[in-house]
Unconditional design. Structure first.
Length: 296
């Protein structure tokens, strides 16, 4: 039996575009009946956000975006698409009627959400989320910042947008980002590709990012996990997430890593330099979270 998704995949481009336009028009017309998301996976970049979102989509009680397109995990609303309005944002989630139908079938209410690793890093996002989705639950996956920076750099090279060596990119970071955050704070619709792409070092200083979120949300509505714990025990970490979202535990049929890239080892000298840079930041983070040292 041919599914609608398979039919669209085999259809001419113009037919796919027409179908997508009709779907979006319908979603916008019914946006008033579409609840805002229950959860957001907010980061960090190269920390397993894509993997965790895909694991959640395997759960029968988790709804992704409407329509759920392969590989799509975010609307980018809170940093790129604010000008489209809250009505547009709501159009990306399932209707209350559909959720009721799923609830009758499952015996419990489903939850919906999206994932963007930029939501943690952009200082404007948390208060905007609180204004629109005050009851949302946030999930943050934090990775060893040295490994995160190297993986981030490798991804930028892989995508063809980083011409510099890693050492040169780290040295250029302050100049690349100079004034960008000020522009962002002055203009809620301004998107900075430099702030998104090239903050290799800065993005691994996690404490101010968590504090920014907790200024808008209480601690019980933000689950902070180590990426390494997820990589070591996918099911165990997934169970913590489902408990937090108050949905039944579910045995994952697939625990592969999503969005991984082949990468070489970080140069040892840069590893030592970044390790020394992050050591005091990591210590402050561990104290803030009330945990033992997170990374050696």
């Amino acid at each position: 039996m041919t599914t609608l998704s398979q039919l669209k995949d085999s259809s001419p481009r113009w037919l796919k575009d027409a179908s997508d336009s009709l779907t979006r028009a319908y979603a916008l017309r019914t946006a008033g009946s579409r609840p805002v998301p229950d959860f957001l996976i907010v980061g960090t970049k190269r920390g397993g956000t894509t993997s965790m979102f895909n694991y959640l989509l395997m759960h029968p009680g988790v709804l992704g975006l409407f329509p759920q397109l392969r590989g799509r995990k975010s609307t980018d609303y809170f940093f790129k698409e604010r000008g489209r309005g809250d009505h547009w944002y709501r159009s990306h989630f399932h209707t209350g009627m559909y959720r009721k139908m799923i609830e009758r079938r499952l015996g419990y209410g489903p939850v919906s959400g999206e994932a963007s690793p930029y939501y943690l890093w952009d200082p404007r996002v948390a208060p905007q989320v609180q204004q629109l989705c005050s009851g949302v639950k946030a999930i943050a996956l934090l990775r060893d910042p040295v490994e995160r920076a190297w993986s981030h750099y490798q991804e930028r090279v892989h995508n063809g947008v980083e011409p510099l060596s890693f050492e040169a990119a780290l040295a250029a970071e302050d100049n690349r980002l100079a004034g960008e955050e000020e522009k962002m704070l002055a203009d809620p619709d301004y998107y900075s590709s430099a702030h998104d792409f090239y903050a290799y070092r800065g993005r691994g200083v996690y404490l101010p990012q968590l504090q920014n979120w907790r200024a808008s949300f209480p601690a019980e509505r933000m689950l902070v996990l180590r990426s390494e714990d997820m990589y070591l025990d996918v099911q165990g970490t997934f169970d913590k997430v489902t408990d937090y979202l108050e949905i039944p535990r579910f045995a994952l049929p697939n625990t592969k890593t999503f969005n991984a890239i082949t990468q070489s080892k970080i140069p040892e000298g840069i590893r030592r330099e970044l390790g020394a840079f992050y050591a005091p930041h990591n210590a402050e983070l561990a104290e803030y979270l009330g945990r033992s040292p997170l990374w050696g």
